[in-house]
Ligand binder design. Sequence first.
Ligand code: UDP
Length: 244
Amino acid sequence: MQIRKPVKILDIPVHPLTMAETVNALDECITSSRKVFVVTANAEIIMMCQKDTEYNKIICCDADIVLPDGAGAVWAGRHLGYDIPERVAGFDLFNNLLNLSAKKGYKSYFFGGAQDVAEMAGKKASVLYPGVIIAGYRNGFFGEVESDTIIKDINNSGADILFVALGAPKQEKWLASHLTELNPKILMGIGGSFDVFAGKMERAPKWMQDASLEWAFRLYKQPGRWVRMLALPKFVFKVLRRGK
Ligand code: UDP
């Protein structure tokens, strides 16, 4: 797998790839049986890494591909003078990988979300991407003692791709601590993507995504997130102040 070298945004390595390059690289990982841990890093995740040393280490050392997710990460990369071709949002990559899987016969495992949400998301995936194989499901509410059983179920399913929807940083921390035990080739955290597929949460309309206003839509739909979302202006301020 040959991918462009990462650039650094607030000391976090971010790979400046397009969606097409990412999907090709991940397809190659499956065909060549190489395990790859993918993180879609938005401004909030990059800010979490400034304070959480365990999370920082996971993103900097354990992740194989870190993608610029969200208008903030793309803006920061470009502001720092890097050539960031486009945003590679987790939800969009999830869709693109399901599309690839439907064509190539790759199997996915859906892990995360509230009871039944992963199954509902799987049904939607089968409608959107006919032929897609969802090899297993598991909700995201569990105690760490259950991790062994969950890992066995994932491995026994024969999944090529594991989508983990536990929210950040929990999903990356869980993946990092079980990296060697997990057999799927693509391991990726996708936040609330199952909720969107299951119809429990709406994604911003395309015009808002294009106008870099997805954060405003999220704030409008989930006002309780305002404290978490304070990370966005703090991120902008830090990038402007710190520079490269
Ligand atoms: N979730 C879960 N287990 C947990 C905590 C959260 O499965 O212990 C799920 C939750 O139901 C939701 C998703 O993780 O579907 C988090 O979505 P969010 O949009 O908050 O993700 P983030 O923005 O943090 O990536």
